[in-house]
Ligand binder design. Structure first.
Ligand SMILES: Cc1cc2nc3c(=O)[nH]c(=O)nc-3n(C[C@H](O)[C@H](O)[C@H](O)COP(=O)(O)OP(=O)(O)OC[C@H]3O[C@@H](n4cnc5c(N)ncnc54)[C@H](O)[C@@H]3O)c2cc1C
Length: 675
């Protein structure tokens, strides 16, 4: 991104271009009016860089009363190509209205945020109402900064005309497609069960897919799950203290609300209970095939069907929805001598309750999100805990609280207000994306909050220094905890500020050469996130293995479909996770896309769809360009978001969640061919 100043010919107004050189591009141009009487500097700290990611932004300073009052728009916009939108806050609305009226050939649209009453009536001002977006940030002390991402999304939608793309809800909920209804269900083909759709995995994504199919009246699908229960992440992770970092009302399906969440953040067991209830109440039990580990998924070009081999029977299907998770296979570091450790060794995602911890010396390897939840619990039971820390995490306070019975009753009685609260939670979380884009002010406030938390909770200078991260905040997942630092500071816990290097019998030695005797070793070392094991078991057109297609990192079109793997949809896969908002909203956006693809396929009599390589490459380039300046790639850390083979960000969607929703709102048949 380049930024240069340009004096306006009025002498009193100053213009600055943010983004690519305006004359070299035909990207839409946005003019932001700033200066006295028009919003705060912080409003523009957010709007300018965020709009500049996809547009040319020209910031024009409106002179104060002492300066010349009128901007010469012809001069100010000489270099600007294309349709110009002027954005004005508060007292600057008059200037924007004047510009739109008198320079209509230059200025196509106007956005007025909290305009002066006299400017709020577009007709009165002689401007076609379709050219004006009027936004109110609400009453009282609410400002743009309370929900900046929401304002941004409305501005972007207005400029892009995205509203026109929005498919009417009815299109999304039409009856099951013809081709799907005609498919034979449950019959046997070479000993394999023939079925329309196979879903792999019964976590949030797989169950969500099942619910959406069932609600459309689909009967011919199965959900194959290797474990003996549904729940995915929340079934497997049962370590003490396991909980979600996203508010419960946002970390649940929008189409299946739960008014009686016990608190602001839900515990792991409560989320697991929610998913079990979902499977039962939505009638998924008859579609579930538990204890069915998928061993191979192979595309057969002859009959355009997938052959899915499991440890408990085989399936032939037209549509394959892979919802096998990205944090579902534990990652264990290769520690020399680990086999010689005489005591129990566990990964955080395979917790063994039968292991007694009282009075034992426990070593914890890792300081990520799971470790931060686990360590305070261990500090209460074990006789001592040694934490092997390769790099320190940033930790911010956790604003948790229990809901009262009255609040829960209110959520149940008033679905509209509950939905509005979910909306508020969503837009509140969205603001954090500006932190991940290193927008000054935003990232500084977050860093200050985290380092202030460290200072407030850790008084010992040595421990404070060891617990202080050495990379930029947000590069790794930010921990949300009130009891992590107090646990580190407690007498039972020792922080070893280096990784575990080796084990010899019961003695564990760190990279820095310190040795300690332990009874139990706990690995909180994360998951095979960049190399999902299902990819080694999936074979597409011409027998190509998905793991080979992804040999330099996962890639897909729309984060969902992969060239050469027709009729396969991957949920929660490449660039479909978030570092700042709920995974569930991303999964829901993907489900909309998948259903729209199935409808397109049916209504056009197409048997199988394959995304083009061009479209997939273009999407990948877009992801890479968006990710380039993000904190995940520039923050100076190593994280599981980045593929070590290519250095590409392959896990996270490097943008706002709302832009993912918008992006996947429409199925784009022009990028697919029938096979
Ligand atoms: C401890 C922890 C805390 C988390 N906290 C948050 C949070 O605060 N906010 C957030 O947004 N996200 C969080 N996540 C991420 C979480 O994984 C996602 O939010 C979400 O649960 C993913 O759902 P999923 O269905 O895609 O995957 P999963 O829940 O992993 O489900 C995948 C399912 O596929 C099954 N499966 C895999 N391979 C096969 C196979 N070959 N055959 C058959 N079945 C198979 C697995 O057994 C599993 O049941 C957390 C993850 C962990 C581990």
């Amino acid at each position: 991104m380049t930024l240069h100043d340009e004096a306006c010919t009025t002498g009193a107004a100053r213009a600055e271009h943010v983004g690519a050189s305006p004359s070299a591009t035909s990207r839409p141009a946005v003019v932001l009016l700033h200066g006295p009487g028009g919003g705060t500097a912080a409003d523009f700290d957010f709007l300018r860089p965020m709009l500049a990611r996809t547009r040319d932004v020209l910031a024009i300073r409106v002179p104060d009363a002492a300066g010349r009052r009128v901007i010469d728009w012809n001069e100010a916009l000489t270099d600007t190509v294309g349709d110009v939108t002027v954005v004005a806050i508060g007292g600057h609305s008059s200037e924007a209205v004047r510009a739109a009226r008198h320079s209509a050939s230059l200025i196509g649209r106007v956005v007025l945020i909290d305009p002066e009453p006299a400017d709020a009536d577009a007709d009165e001002n002689g401007i076609d109402a379709s050219r004006v977006l009027m936004l109110s940030t609400g009453t009282g002390r609410r400002t743009l900064l309370d929900q900046p991402a929401r304002i941004l999304s409305l501005i972007e939608e207005f400029i892009d005309g995205a509203g026109a793309d929005r498919a009417p809800e009815a299109t999304r909920s039409t009856d099951a497609a013809e081709g799907i209804r005609n498919a034979v269900s449950g019959t046997s083909l070479d000993g394999a069960t023939e079925i329309d759709t196979v879903i792999v995995g019964a976590g949030f994504a797989g169950l969500g897919a099942g619910i959406r199919l069932a609600r459309r009246g689909e009967e011919s699908f199965v959900i194959l799950e290797r474990a003996s229960d549904v729940g995915g992440t929340w079934r497997d992770n049962v370590y003490p203290g396991v909980a979600c970092d996203i508010p419960s009302h946002l970390y649940s399906f929008s189409f299946l609300p739960k008014p009686d969440w016990s608190g602001f953040f839900a515990s792991g067991p409560e989320i697991h209970g929610y998913l079990r209830d979902a499977a039962r109440t939505e009638g998924l039990e008859r579609h579930l095939r538990l204890g069915s580990e998928v061993l191979e998924m192979r595309w057969s070009a002859d009959d355009r069907r997938w052959r899915v081999r499991t440890g408990a029977g085989d399936y032939v299907c037209r549509t394959l929805i892979v919802a096998a998770g990205r944090l579902s296979d534990a990652r264990m570091p290769d520690v020399p001598g680990l086999d010689s450790f005489p005591g129990p060794v566990m990964h955080s995602s395979a917790w063994d309750d039968s292991v007694a911890l009282e009075g034992r010396r426990v070593g914890v390897v890792g300081t990520g999100a799971s470790a931060a939840q686990l360590i305070p619990q261990l500090a209460r039971t074990a006789s001592s805990v040694v934490v092997f820390q390769r790099s320190a995490p940033y930790v911010v306070p956790r604003p948790d609280r229990q809901y009262t019975p009255d609040e829960q009753a209110g959520f149940a009685a008033d679905p509209a207000s509950r939905a509005a609260m979910r909306d508020d939670l969503f837009w509140g979380a969205e603001t954090a994306f500006a932190e991940r884009m290193r927008v000054p002010g935003y990232i500084d406030r977050l860093r200050d909050r985290a380092l202030g938390h460290l200072e407030a909770q850790v008084t010992d200078p040595g421990l404070r220094a060891a617990a202080r991260p050495r990379y930029e905040i947000g590069c790794k997942r930010v921990i949300i905890s009130n009891d992590y630092y107090p646990a580190l500071a407690s007498p039972a816990v020792t922080l070893e500020p280096s990784a575990l290097r080796s084990v010899s019998g019961s003695v564990a030695t760190s990279v820095d050469g310190r040795s300690v005797e332990l009874d139990v070793l706990v690995f909180a070392t994360g998951f095979e996130s960049t190399r999902p094991p299902f990819a080694a078991r999936t074979f597409g057109a011409d027998g190509i293995r998905l793991a080979d297609a992804w040999s330099t990192g996962m890639r897909a079109h729309a984060s969902t479909t992969v060239h050469g793997f027709p009729n396969m949809f991957v949920l929660d896969g490449p660039n479909a996770s978030l570092g700042h908002n709920s995974a569930v909203v991303m999964i829901e956006a993907q489900l909309d896309y998948v259903l729209a693809a199935l409808e397109h396929r049916a209504s056009n009599g197409v048997d199988a769809l394959d995304v083009s390589l061009d479209a997939q490459d273009a999407y990948t380039r877009e992801i890479d360009a968006k990710a380039a300046s993000s904190v995940w790639l520039t923050g100076g850390c190593e994280s599981w978001y980045v593929d070590e083979r290519s250095g590409r960000l392959t896990l996270l969607w490097p943008d706002f969640a709302y832009s993912f929703q918008r992006r996947l709102l429409r199925f784009d048949p022009e990028n697919y061919s029938a096979v």
